[in-house]
Ligand binder design. Structure first.
Ligand SMILES: NC(=O)c1ccc[n+]([C@@H]2O[C@H](COP(=O)([O-])OP(=O)(O)OC[C@H]3O[C@@H](n4cnc5c(N)ncnc54)[C@H](O)[C@@H]3O)[C@@H](O)[C@H]2O)c1
Length: 349
């Protein structure tokens, strides 16, 4: 649908609105969209994201999803595509404050979906979770037909968002694709996020501190590299109408194994500090992404060791720049967003 919009293309580039564009995955997605010639606007309340993550060349709105100005922003920007990544993204935090989690992930998502439907957005692409939504499935890798079994408020809030999207599709014809990510990792990751283990271990190891592992370390995760996730989002622009996809590698890798691999890459010689297992933590998960391969023509491209190497390099460069008190420049090609532009759009509440 977006490609067929030839007349618009002559007068105006296709506009994409990215919520959560100052966050880990969102900021990489913004770069991917800019590289592909899209006009990009970002909505982010900077609760876990940072303005310096937002590339120059975007229009930045410092706004909450629940801000009364959300409709005005969408009316003004008139995006053809909405990528919805803004979320309270910490599983742990959702258990501590489920109401705040629901405010952002349920109420914020409903407001955004309703605004998108009202303004005739052509495609809504929703970042959901495959790492948490299936709970502890009986068999892994699990496909999209696996029963939903949220074990945390975060997982449940994402599922509710999915259901609203389906409802608005049925009722108002809003086109959508749901992407259920495995555990995303890569340069620029927030150590507090859902899959912060790579970022946390790397930061601590490079600082000579001994990371903790909760449980026996045999819990397994499916680690997918952030640029592969960006590609899945780009693939969903013109494919996967009204469909839901797992986005992962299908390979379960234990947290203890990640520790070992990062130990090798960082040349860290201390053993993990084992702590009691955390309540609600999924034991083993890996996602079967055959449907995404067949329908989105998406497959992950970056092998785990290479992705870990790039992630470590990013943290290493950031730390050395910090130590030398110079501005951080990284492989992420970041430019500080125009502060006047950000200030001009007001504060978030
Ligand atoms: N990182 C993962 O492994 C993973 C896995 C599955 C799903 N996801 C989902 O992908 C999306 C992006 O995750 P991430 O890892 O980049 O997280 P992140 O925390 O780095 O990014 C989320 C962004 O949303 C913004 N935000 C939060 N609440 C907001 C609100 N109410 N209004 C406006 N902005 C708000 C934050 O400031 C931040 O910039 C999230 O929806 C997350 O749930 C992530």
């Amino acid at each position: 649908m977006i490609e067929r919009n030839g007349r618009n293309k002559l007068t105006r580039r296709t506009k994409a609105l990215v919520t959560g564009g100052a966050g880990f995955i969102g900021s990489h997605l913004v770069d991917g969209l800019l590289d592909n010639g899209y006009d990009v606007a970002v909505v982010d309340n900077l609760s876990s994201g940072q303005l310096r993550n937002v590339s120059h060349g975007t229009t930045f709105y410092h706004a909450d999803l629940n801000d009364v100005r959300l409709n005005q922003i969408i009316q003004r920007e008139r995006p053809e595509i909405v990528f919805h990544l803004a979320a309270q993204s910490s599983v742990r935090q959702s258990a501590i404050d489920p109401v705040a989690d629901a405010d952002a992930n349920v109420m914020g998502t409903i407001r955004l979906i309703a605004a998108a439907a009202a303004e005739g957005v052509e495609k809504f692409i929703f970042s959901s979770t495959g790492g948490a939504i299936y709970g502890d499935p009986e068999t892994i890798p699990c496909d999209e037909n696996t029963p939903i079994n949220p074990l945390t408020p975060y997982a449940l809030s994402k599922y509710v968002g999915e259901q609203y999207l389906e409802l608005f599709h049925e009722t108002y014809g809003l086109d959508y694709t749901i992407l259920r990510y495995a555990n995303v990792y890569g340069p620029g990751q927030n150590p507090d996020g859902e899959a912060g283990v790579v970022a946390i271990f790397t930061g601590m190891m490079l600082n000579g501190r001994r990371p903790q592992i909760f449980g026996d370390g045999l819990q397994e995760r499916d680690f997918v590299y952030v640029l592969d996730v960006v590609q899945a989002n780009l693939a969903a622009i013109n494919r996967g109408h009204g469909r839901t996809y797992n986005i992962g590698t299908g390979q379960p890798v234990s947290v203890a194994r990640i520790y070992e691999m990062l130990q090798e890459i960082t040349e860290f010689d201390q053993e993990p500090d084992y702590r009691p297992r955390r309540a609600g933590e999924v034991l083993s998960i890996a996602l079967d992404s055959t449907r995404a391969e067949q329908e989105l023509r998406w497959t992950p491209q970056v092998p785990l060791r290479e992705g870990l190497r790039r992630s470590v390099e990013y943290v290493r460069v950031s730390l050395s720049h910090r130590a030398n008190r110079v501005g951080v420049t990284t492989e992420r090609r970041r430019h500080r967003a125009n502060p006047a532009q950000a200030a001009g759009n007001g504060s978030n509440r």
